[in-house]
Write a protein that binds this ligand. Sequence first.
Ligand code: SF4
Ligand code: SF4
Length: 225
Amino acid sequence: MIVADQKPIEEILEILAPYKRVLFLGCQSCVAVCMAGGEKEVGLLAAAVRLARAKSGAPIEIAEGAAKRQCDDEFNEPFGPVIQQQEAVLSLACGVGVNKLAERFAIPILPALNTRFFGKVERQGIWKEVCAGCGDCILHLTGGICPIARCAKNLLNGPCGGVRADGTCEVKRDWPCAWVQIIQRLEELGQLERLLSTRMAAKDWSSDRHGGPRRRVREDMLLEA
Ligand code: SF4
Ligand code: SF4
């Protein structure tokens, strides 16, 4: 899922400063699961902002809502009538949701979150990055553990010389070395030999962010123009 954090309240208040009538629109997907931008967070943030603005003598009128998936027009459309009555929308979705609303509605769409990464829940309250969306997955070679997202140096052919004796990373000291984990996992799967006998070719990064903005086209899904 996409993991995001709510911006500090001071920053949100600054972003909202020019506006007096705003819709706070959450998203009930990833950001609700990581407790940054779901329906509950919309209510809590709206209450905090109303209070802060009233105290500062600049009250604000806030409407509240949460789309099922803000990255999809279909789920934003029902909020169209209420959006038309606002000066701005504060989006509590990931950056995709903010972009999507900005394309569709001709009023300022403001971000309430900092979008962080594609991650998994480690345990209650902790999420870890596990995929960097490189566009050319190699997890079948690495035991399902991603060296691009989980190795601090994105190494593709084994650990660097800095891995520490306790198996932690020399860069992210409180993280396990991704390559130690990959080797352990392949040993468990009886596939270590396969890794040792293959040298991973230099990665073609053109499918990653380094190749510029990306687009996916499924010819079989296209409707005739
Ligand atoms: S190899 Fe690429 S697509 Fe696969 S998990 Fe890693 S970053 Fe994501
Ligand atoms: S110690 Fe391991 S995870 Fe850290 S940079 Fe080196 S190879 Fe990557």
